[in-house]
Design a protein around this ligand. Sequence first.
Ligand SMILES: Cc1cc2nc3c(=O)[nH]c(=O)nc-3n(C[C@H](O)[C@H](O)[C@H](O)COP(=O)(O)OP(=O)(O)OC[C@H]3O[C@@H](n4cnc5c(N)ncnc54)[C@H](O)[C@@H]3O)c2cc1C
Length: 408
Amino acid sequence: MECDADIIIVGGGLNGCTAALALAQIGQDVILIDAMPKEILADPAFDGRGYALALTSKNMLNVLGLWKEVAEDSCPILDIKVSDGRAGEGAAPWFVHFDHTEIEEGPMGYMLEDRFLRQALLQAIDGNPAIRHLDKTKVIDQEITAGMASVILADGKVLRSKLLIGCDGRQSQVAKRAGIKRSGWDYNQTSLVCAISHELPHKNTAHQFFMPSGPLAILPLNDNKSSIVWTETTARAAEISAMNDADYMACLRPCFGDFLGEISLQGGRYSYPLNLTLADRFVDNRLALVGDAAHGVHPLAGQGLNLGLRDIAALVEVLATAARRGEDIGALDVLSRFQQWRRFDTSSSVASTDIINKLFSNDNSTIRIMRDLGMGLINSTPFARRGLMRQAAGLTGDLPKLLQGKMI
Ligand SMILES: Cc1cc2nc3c(=O)[nH]c(=O)nc-3n(C[C@H](O)[C@H](O)[C@H](O)COP(=O)(O)OP(=O)(O)OC[C@H]3O[C@@H](n4cnc5c(N)ncnc54)[C@H](O)[C@@H]3O)c2cc1C
């Protein structure tokens, strides 16, 4: 039986779309399937959601021809300030300040609104003859045989390929159907996400205040706006979500302090219950998991999408090499090279975000003194500061070519 495409991707979120473009660039033809309509995915309205993209993620988007489309809308993160805080008390005197001039490569990362990234991705996919994008299309089953990976759609149609990539998010059914188990737990925390405008300039500085109930991130956007990721216990977040805008802002203001002057809400308000989830394996015969389908981390370090882009960069490089050598791109030994490349980085990111969240999301006075002293120590040690900055920029480890800004 003939294949309908070299590769089928289930899930056309940010990772699925980026994977489709990167795979098309190495000569694979791709079917990209998503249950959502394109019009919703590409809604140009400002909705307040944004991502902190590491410098290496920007390099990758550049090679894929996407950065030029979003560069003007992105906001460089020049400094990052991390501190302990309590609502109404402002930041503790101990903090860590990461200043981008201490590393040679430039800004550690860029803030980019979700809508700009999604639009650029969908436009590039529309114009790419190697990608068939099926929106409003739900995958309900899959079958893997020795020579083929098939998906069954809700309308009963069957599509066949050499390789199936699961980009279907944290509840990945692609993984579940393949018998891939997951480890993880619920954080009993929910992130409240919105954007604010403010009176005073943010000076391209990202702030992370660790409050007892969870971290509060204030991330710079263009036009004197900032993206807010405000984590509370799930019960408290539900109470705050139910409030009107004025009461919502009255709860946010004391967490914030007055360093940005008067603040006001812009766009919508969103909430994301948080959990940790890690697939026990990222590959199977003719199957690979990428992005949140493989690993869902706490958003405190803004690493989720960056990890997904790192998966894509590694997978595409492994597949390009295999294709050049005449190997079967769906063979388990080929896909295992991708898993081997990504497993350590992923597991260590999952573990570090989990430990930081547990260490900081509490009000135990002994732990507070220890972590404040730890932050003071890091802040006074240039070597430690630079190491952490290079990590935030995504510059550490064995980097695939796309992340280095090189074509494969
Ligand atoms: C509050 C918050 C803040 C964050 N901030 C950052 C940040 O600053 N920087 C960063 O790097 N990351 C950040 N992240 C993480 C980032 O948002 C995610 O890692 C990323 O969006 C995951 O994308 P994905 O494509 O893997 O999955 P998803 O976005 O979940 O996409 C999955 C897609 O699969 C489709 N799908 C599922 N099942 C089927 C099916 N059966 N058939 C067809 N289609 C299907 C869905 O419709 C969906 O479009 C944040 C996350 C949260 C919650």
